[in-house]
Design a protein around this ligand. Structure first.
Ligand SMILES: *Cc1c(COP(=O)(O)O)cnc(C)c1O
Length: 347
């Protein structure tokens, strides 16, 4: 392996072990496939697209659609095959990466892969935003601060005033503040206003969650044109497949479908958290996303007990501050009932 850069010597593949179970509440996916009529429309678009031809070099048509939909200048939009690629591009470009802990694992993963210096600040009590500690680290050299809002994997939503303070510091010190809005449809929040006012704010969004397109691979970034142009230049040409473009054009014609699905999941999330309030030993944390954390006396036993009942959730107890925690994605009402029934029988 002498051919490879030394910083890659400790690198290993993303630690996800696939487990089969009838009820899959472990990846924050939408429990519903794309409705059949939309799938049919996307398929006919695919049929009409020549498969022998390369797609747009930089997904120009999809960018234009996203720009129109998001009321954002086209030069400020970057579309990629998953927002993970945009995280990677940001981490590659950055002098340094600042993160919270626990956090979405790929911010650190991308920084390690890029060989970019990485620092993370623990969340404060009750999964709060450690604003002072983050502000204190935002000096020279400038870098990129990643923050999922609502936060992952805690589901917590931070006070807007604190988010704004971080954005202000980013502007003062030349940092970029990447607000990852992977779950914004479930929290009813939207940082486009902040990003319009403050050119240091970059938004990351995905089609994998509320749009129910985890298998299609698409995400986008909204930023000022200068930043978007640089990140676009870092992505390989033709990276958004014609098939993905066909699906995105279809779902963007009917965005109310994603809104309705998100509203149903929000109601289910709140129902599940309320029901767990009656559990003798498990404590569900409040969440504004399509998942929530539940603290159990023994994460391994709880995880196994749920799996025996056919329900797969994600262990998070290896993360700092998350002892005993499982992360539960919100599923269909029937799946959620099965989870609640299994949980009620466990201690
Ligand atoms: C699921 C998720 C994403 C989505 O990544 P894609 O590559 O677009 O599927 C991004 N950020 C966070 C915090 C997530 O949880």
């Amino acid at each position: 392996m002498e051919a490879f850069k030394p910083h890659l010597s400790g690198l290993s593949a993303y630690p996800y072990k696939k487990v089969e179970a009838p009820i899959k509440l472990d990846q924050n996916e939408s429990p519903w496939d794309l409705p059949a009529d939309l799938k049919e429309r996307a398929l006919s678009r695919m049929r009409e697209t020549p498969w022998n031809r390369y797609p747009d070099m930089h997904a120009e048509a999809v960018r234009a659609l996203v720009a129109r939909h998001q009321d954002w200048p086209e030069e400020g939009v970057v579309v990629a095959p998953g927002s993970n690629f945009l995280v990677l591009a940001l981490a590659l470009a950055a002098n340094r990466v600042l993160d919270t802990v626990p956090s979405f694992a790929f911010y650190e993963g991308a920084a390690r892969l890029a060989g970019t210096p990485f620092e993370a600040v623990p969340l404060s009590e009750g999964f709060g935003l450690p604003a002072e500690a983050l502000l204190a680290r935002m000096g020279a050299p400038a870098g990129v601060l990643f923050l999922a809002v609502p936060h992952a994997p805690t589901g917590a939503l931070f006070p807007e005033a604190e988010v704004r303070r971080l954005a202000e510091r980013a502007r003062e010190k030349g940092w970029l503040f990447a607000v990852d809005e992977a779950y914004f449809q479930f929290s009813g929040t939207d940082h486009r206003g902040l990003a319009r006012e403050n050119p240091s704010v970059v938004l990351l969004r995905t089609f994998s969650k509320a749009f129910g397109l985890g298998g299609v691979r698409a995400g986008y970034l909204l930023a000022r044109p200068e930043v978007a142009g640089k990140l676009q230049a870092m992505l390989p040409p033709f990276d958004v497949p014609a098939h993905t473009a066909a699906v995105l054009a279809t779902v963007l014609e009917a965005p109310e479908r994603a809104r309705e699905a998100a509203a149903r999941l929000v109601a289910e999330r709140d129902r599940m958290i309320a029901a767990l309030g009656r559990h003798p030993s498990w404590v569900a944390h409040p969440s504004r996303a399509n998942f929530f954390l539940v603290r159990t006396p023994d994460a391994e036993a709880a995880w196994k007990g749920l799996l025996e009942a056919g329900v797969l959730v994600r262990r998070q107890d290896h993360l700092p501050g998350l002892k005993g925690c499982l992360r539960v994605s919100v599923g269909t009402p029937a799946e959620n009932d099965a989870f609640l029934k299994a949980a009620a029988a466990l201690r």
